[in-house]
Design a binder for this molecule. Structure first.
Ligand code: E4P
Length: 217
């Protein structure tokens, strides 16, 4: 399973990238606003910086919702760098835009996916990635991980090549469960990635080893 970071924060991207683990980055308009990136020039510059930092797929989301505007914006985003994957929302015009951009050789990540039916449409339209939002489903009292399992089964039975990019990750356990369920990618906040490192027995064991190491110095 590939590991992406779900942020537009360059320090966070750098931190995980330096561990040598990072396979890509996802952003969305909320994450871009959070780091104060405003205006077309600044947005393009920010995406370019991320692409230069990370050797992997970088998702850049359109900020329009009609077919014509989405394909125009999608082409502009894709022109920033070969690693850009255009994020298109799962709406009717979005499906049309996914098919159009894919036919033009532009790679698409379908975002805001909350059902298996939507995941089928994304695959049929030719998206490279489909992004089911696990945490937001959990927030409503449903089971986000169950959706990952359902999509993984359908894609396997139907031999769809679209990759499942588990998104809206809330904690480290989500990452572990997604790996077990066959997600191809998990895009995670920094804390959820760092949480994978943690175990109290590691800390206790290391403290004891360091203490005993002093005896042989
Ligand atoms: C990433 O592609 C999604 O936009 C993101 O994971 C959504 O996460 P959230 O539900 O925490 O906003």
């Amino acid at each position: 399973m590939k590991l992406f970071i779900d942020t537009a924060n360059l320090d966070e991207i750098k931190e995980v990238n330096e561990m040598g683990l990072l396979n890509g980055v996802t952003t969305n308009p909320t994450l871009m606003a959070k780091v104060g990136v405003k205006g077309e020039k600044a947005v393009v510059g920010h995406y370019r910086k991320i692409c230069e930092m990370v050797d992997g797929d970088i998702s850049a989301e359109v900020t329009t919702v009609d077919f014509q505007s989405m394909i125009e914006e999608g082409q502009k985003l894709a022109a920033i760098h070969p690693n850009i994957v255009v994020k298109i929302p799962m709406i009717k015009d979005g499906v049309k835009a996914i098919k159009w951009l894919t036919d033009k050789g532009i790679r698409v990540n379908t975002t805001l996916v909350f059902s298996a039916g939507q995941a089928i449409l994304a695959a049929k339209a030719g998206a490279v990635y489909v992004s089911p939002f696990i945490g937001r489903i959990d927030d409503t009292g449903w089971d986000g991980l169950e959706l990952i399992s359902q999509i993984a089964n359908i894609y396997s039975v139907q031999h769809y090549t679209t990759q499942i990019l588990a998104a809206s990750i809330r904690n480290s356990n989500h990452i572990i469960q997604c790996a077990g369920l066959g997600a191809h990618v998990c895009t995670c906040p920094l804390e959820a990635i760092l949480g994978l490192l943690k175990h109290p027995l590691t800390d206790i064991g290391l403290a004891k080893f360091m203490e005993d190491a002093k005896k042989s110095k």
